[in-house]
Design a protein around this ligand. Structure first.
Ligand code: UTP
Length: 293
C-alpha cells in the first residue's frame, strides 16, 4: 500500500533552544539557507508524499506561511530579474503536494500531536517525521528507504539507529527478536521511552521516522500520560505491539538531532561543507580558524 500522507508534529515548545525559540518556531531555524521544516518536507516528497499534515500551534504561524504563496515577494523578485532566487522560492513546495494543518491546542506530547491528525489521516498507513531530526544520505532519503521496505512488509516500521549507552535516557529504545528478517529489518519485541542505562533493553534508539498503520490511532485514543507527563507515541507503539507485528529498520545515513545546540551546530557545519555554494568558503574559514587556535 502506498504511503502518501505524512504527519509532521511542530507544536512543541522547543525549550531546549531558548531564547532563540521564544518567538520563532524551532522548526524554522535554518540549516545553511533552508529551515529545518523544509528539509523534512523534501524528504517526505521524495518518499512519495502528496499531503503534508502539520500539527501546529497558534504561536507557530510562520511554518504555515513558509509553505504559502507570497505573491508580493515573487513579484519583486521577478521585476528585479532575480530568477535564481525565484526558483528557490518556487521549489519550496513542488506541484501536486499540499500542506494542510491542524492545531494541537496544548503541547501534551508527541502521541497527542499525532492523534490530533486523526481525521486527516483517515484509514491508511501514514508517515511521521520529527522535523528537528535531519537525516542525510547522498542518494536516498531515510523515508524513501523505509517506504521501499514497507511496500514489502505492510506492517508498521520504525527507523532506528544505535546510540552510546549514556544517551539511551534521551530516546525511545527498542528490543528486538534475534532474527534479522531482511537486510536491516528486525521484528520489534518491545519499546520503552527514555529508559535509564540499567533499564534500557538495547542501545537502538527511535530517531523520529515512522510508518504507522492506522491502528496506532486506536491505541493513541486510550494512551495515558507517560514519561515526562506527556502522551507518548512510544507507549501507543508498545500497545500496538500486543495486536500486530511491528518492524524496525536500521536506516542508512547520518542523523542530526537539531533540537539542541550541539546537534544543530554540527548539522550547520556538515550541511554547510556539503553545500555547493558555500562549502569551499566554509572549509577555508575553518582552516584559517584552526590556524589561529
Ligand atoms: P521534542 O520534544 O523534540 O520537541 O519533540 P519540543 O517539545 O518542541 O522541544 P523541547 O524538548 O521543549 O526542547 C519532537 C517534535 O514533536 C513536536 C515538536 O514540535 C518537535 O518537532 N511536538 C512535541 C509536538 O508537536 N507536540 C508536543 O506536544 C510535543
Amino acid at each position: 500500500m502506498k504511503v502518501t500522507k505524512y504527519v509532521l508534529p511542530v507544536a512543541g515548545l522547543g525549550t531546549r533552544f531558548l531564547p532563540a525559540t521564544k518567538a520563532i518556531p524551532k522548526e524554522m531555524l535554518p540549516i545553511v539557507d533552508r529551515p529545518l521544516i523544509q528539509y523534512v518536507v523534501e524528504e517526505a516528497v521524495e518518499a512519495g508524499a502528496t499531503e503534508i499534515i502539520l500539527v501546529t500551534h497558534s504561536s507557530k504561524r510562520a511554518l504555515e506561511d513558509h509553505f504559502d504563496k507570497n505573491l508580493e515577494l515573487e513579484r519583486q523578485l521577478e521585476e528585479k530579474g532575480k530568477d535564481d532566487l525565484l526558483e528557490k522560492v518556487h521549489a519550496i513546495l513542488p506541484e501536486g503536494v499540499k500542506v494542510v494543518s491542524v492545531r494541537q491546542p496544548e503541547p501534551l506530547g508527541l502521541g497527542h500531536a499525532v492523534l490530533c491528525a486523526q481525521h486527516l489521516v483517515e484509514n491508511e498507513p501514514f508517515g511521521v517525521i520529527l522535523p528537528d531530526v535531519l537525516i542525510h544520505h547522498p542518494h536516498t532519503g531515510c523515508m524513501a528507504q523505509m517506504v521501499e521496505q514497507f511496500s514489502r512488509l505492510n506492517h508498521s516500521l520504525i527507523g532506528v539507529e544505535s546510540v552510546p549507552l549514556e544517551d539511551v535516557c534521551k530516546y525511545g529504545i527498542v528490543s528486538l527478536y534475534p532474527d534479522e528478517i531482511g537486510e536491516k529489518i528486525q521484528r520489534m519485541a518491545g519499546i520503552v521511552e527514555k529508559p535509564s542505562q540499567q533499564e534500557a533493553p538495547s542501545t537502538l534508539s527511535v530517531v523520529g521516522r515512522y510508518i504507522l498503520t492506522p491502528q496506532i490511532l486506536r491505541m493513541l485514543e486510550k494512551t495515558q500520560q507517560g514519561a515526562g507527563g506527556e502522551i507518548q507515541l512510544t507507549d501507543a507503539i508498545a500497545d500496538l505491539l500486543q495486536h500486530e507485528p511491528i518492524y524496525t529498520y536500521t536506516f542508512e545515513g547520518i542523523s542530526y538531532d537539531c533540537g539542541h545546540k550541539e546537534g544543530f551546530l554540527r548539522a550547520n557545519l556538515e550541511y554547510g561543507l556539503r553545500d555547493p555554494e558555500s562549502g569551499k568558503t566554509l572549509m577555508k574559514l575553518i582552516q584559517e580558524h584552526v590556524g589561529r587556535v
